[in-house]
Design a protein around this ligand. Structure first.
Ligand code: ADP
Ligand code: MG
Length: 663
């Protein structure tokens, strides 16, 4: 299962004369003419001339000079492979692979595998070539019995897959390119399919084994709110999600659900409806937010929505007074309190509920869903858990990394929302940008200026921000404008105060680092200026942009950058200007950065596919998911004879991969 990353066709020999500027890798056969060592110390290099009947090319080594000198001889014929380039108008290969040209090597057609290896392995005699040799020897000795089929016959037949033995043989030693591709396809499918089967089984087991509280009926709290107090019509997506959750909480197992919805898609009202459902069934709910200010915001919002109803709701945070806290704890114990809103920290402490049935975690954009869910696992009967995230997770990533969680998606924004107008401006146009911000403030709006966090150094971040603050101030002098600043070095309380002042409209401009990205709701803010926007990741930019466009006014996001930009940065800015759709942005992010780089996935261990890629093999992932679903729907314990191959294989793999990290 150590697979080659490419194959070399030894019969495909290029002519030296055919090498051009755009030529990439070439394979040449020729005679070594002159060998000489040039230069001193760091510029020391070995140069050899390789000639064939069409021309000559320079081969250059900067390292391992002594060793190369030993293995190459003037006048002998060599097989050379490497990336050709032009240097001083002459073709050249630096550090080519080189070996004595044995006639049978270049006349019998076969694709030679090239394996990934490391310097350490090489030193122990496991170079790419030796791995190829060992693999060849091994494969010659195993039979079809020893590499048994692990997919049910009907799948193989329907998808026209190569059988497992042939696939493994051919992925190492294919006779033709077509054969290699067929083998690769089969093995990629197998990887994706088993990952899906495993996760579905984990999920199925959780559903069957976990006991959860039962929300069987829809009662007065829900109905009276829905009919009399709902301030708007739910979107179709919201309705669908409420139904999904309702059906999940009525089954007797514990719900462990991730609710994804872009910024402003209306997750809060969904949470509230489910909380009312809990109340209808005699259960209390707890709503947690990451910061004090957000808890306050949620509390005010929920309290407003519930005014007129008989639902009791309270806020508990670090700044709740002692007497009030005591009162709340009492109300929780004697069941007179329905909903408790608070920060994670406060609620994670020993707060005793009489009858906790539902926990809502407004995680905003953080991952780490599973860990949070574990907090509550000590309870005898588990409350249902709904984690809400505003960072859309790409579909393929959700399927592979979170396939064992249940998830719901709100993929629709409430009607009438105006998309934030996003533009990219070079720093040379700063004057015009400031003029624009001034005109917005003149209309009574507010603006954000965000500076990047410098990861290596908090001090540098701070200096950078100070610089920026001064600069903004020079455009918006203090006797005419009021500004506030927000940065990581501030005390939490000071941060909240500054934030609060901005929220209440006491300051017009907020200058800060990314700390403002968490879900603060300031409908009057209409401009988001992001300084050094090229330094931000896509999901961060999208999160920041989500801080504006929450009111009825047209809102703007201005991405400022220097003139010189890398290709990937250009690509990110382009997509930001082109779309407001968080899901599209998340897909692009995945494409640009790869799954391993997406926040939170590194530890998951779910994405360690050897051959398949969730970026390049999306379609195959869908097929794999479809078949995994079909099979388990019909036979969830895999006891039918036609599925015994699956079961056997899964058992044989048990313990080889750690799937527990995510559950
Ligand atoms: P988020 O998903 O980002 O948490 P919120 O729940 O804060 O979004 O909702 C954003 C805003 O949209 C709120 O002001 C809320 O009242 C409003 N809203 C939510 N659902 C609807 C809807 N169906 N129709 C109109 N407005 C809605
Ligand atoms: Mg929210």
């Amino acid at each position: 299962m150590h697979f080659p990353f490419r194959h070399v066709d030894r019969t495909k020999i290029d002519k030296i004369a055919s090498i051009m500027y755009e030529t990439n890798y070439v394979q040449l056969v020729g005679t070594i003419a002159g060998i000489e060592v040039l230069g001193e110390r760091s510029s020391k290099r070995l140069r050899a001339l390789l000639k064939d009947d069409s021309g000559e090319i320079e081969l250059v080594w900067f390292q391992s000079i002594q060793w190369i000198q030993k293995i190459i001889q003037e006048g002998s014929k060599y097989l050379v492979f490497g990336k050709a380039g032009m240097f001083n108008n002459k073709p050249q290969i630096t550090h080519p692979e080189i070996e004595i040209c044995q006639p049978e090597l270049t006349t019998t057609k076969f694709l030679e595998p090239v394996y990934p290896t490391t310097e350490k392995l090489k030193a122990k005699g496991l170079s790419a070539k030796q791995i190829a040799k060992l693999t060849g020897t091994l494969l010659a000795q195993v039979s079809e019995k020893e590499i048994a089929e692990n997919l049910p016959y009907n799948i193989i037949e329907k998808l026209k897959l190569v059988n497992r033995f042939h696939a493994i043989t051919a992925v190492h030693f294919p006779k033709t390119q077509e054969q290699y591709e067929a083998a690769l396809h089969r093995l990629k499918f197998e990887e994706l399919f088993f990952a899906q089967v495993r996760m579905r089984m984990i999920r199925g087991q959780r559903h069957r084994r976990s006991k959860g509280v039962l929300f069987e009926k829809v009662g007065n709290y829900f109905n009276s709110f829905y009919n009399n107090y709902l301030p708007f019509k739910l979107t179709n997506a919201q309705k669908r999600v409420v139904k999904e959750i309702r059906s999940d909480t009525a089954k007797g197992h514990q719900m462990n659900r991730l609710l994804q919805g872009d910024v402003g898609s209306g997750k809060t009202i969904v949470a509230l409806l489910i909380m009312l459902l809990a109340a209808d069934n005699g259960y209390q709910s707890c709503f947690m937010a990451p910061t004090e200010i957000l808890s306050q915001q949620h509390y005010n919002n929920l309290k407003n929505l519930l005014s007129g109803t008989s639902v009791e709701i309270r806020l508990l945070t670090g700044s709740t007074k002692k007497a009030e806290r005591k009162l709340i704890l009492n109300e929780l114990k004697n069941r007179t309190l329905h909903f408790l809103v608070g920060t994670h920290a406060v609620i994670e402490e020993a707060v005793q509920f009489k009858n906790l049935g539902l926990v809502i975690i407004d995680e905003q954009h953080r991952f780490g869903v599973a860990q949070r869910a574990k907090l509550w696992s000590k309870a005898v009967v588990l409350p249902h858990i709904l984690v809400m995230t505003a960072t859309p997770i790409p579909r393929t990533l959700a399927m592979t990394a979170y396939g064992d969680l249940d998830y719901s998606i709100i993929n629709e924004l409430p009607p009438g929302r105006q998309p934030v107008i996003t533009v990219h401006r070079f720093e040379t146009k700063r004057m015009a940008v400031m003029e624009f911000v001034r005109s917005e403030i003149a209309k009574g709006r507010q603006a954000f200026f965000v500076y990047p966090l410098i990861e290596e150094s908090e001090k540098l971040s701070y200096e950078n921000l100070e610089e920026g603050y001064k600069q903004v101030k020079s455009f918006f002098p203090e006797h005419l404008y009021s500004l506030s600043m927000l940065h990581g070095k501030m005390h939490a309380q000071q941060k909240e105060e500054n934030m609060q002042r901005f929220k209440e409209g006491k300051t017009q401009i907020l200058v800060g680092t990314t700390v403002i990205e968490v879900g603060i709701d300031i409908p009057n803010a209409s401009v988001m200026v992001i300084e050094s926007a090229e330094k931000f990741g896509l999901s961060q930019l999208h999160q920041l942009r989500g801080r504006v466009g929450r009111g009825n006014d047209k809102s703007y996001c201005i991405l400022l950058t220097p003139y010189k930009l890398g290709n990937e940065a250009k690509e990110r800015l382009k997509i930001m200007c082109a779309t407001n759709d968080g899901f599209k942005i998340a897909e692009k992010d995945l494409e640009l950065r790869g799954p391993g780089e997406i926040e939170g996935t590194k530890q998951s261990g779910m994405l360690n596919f050897k051959l398949a890629s969730i970026v390049n093999d999306k379609d195959l992932l869908d097929v794999a998911k479809y078949y995994a679903e079909q099979i388990l729907k019909d036979d969830e314990e895999l006891i039918k004879p036609e599925n015994s191959v699956l079961k056997m294989y899964l058992l044989s793999q048990k313990g080889k991969i750690s799937w527990s990290t995510i559950s």
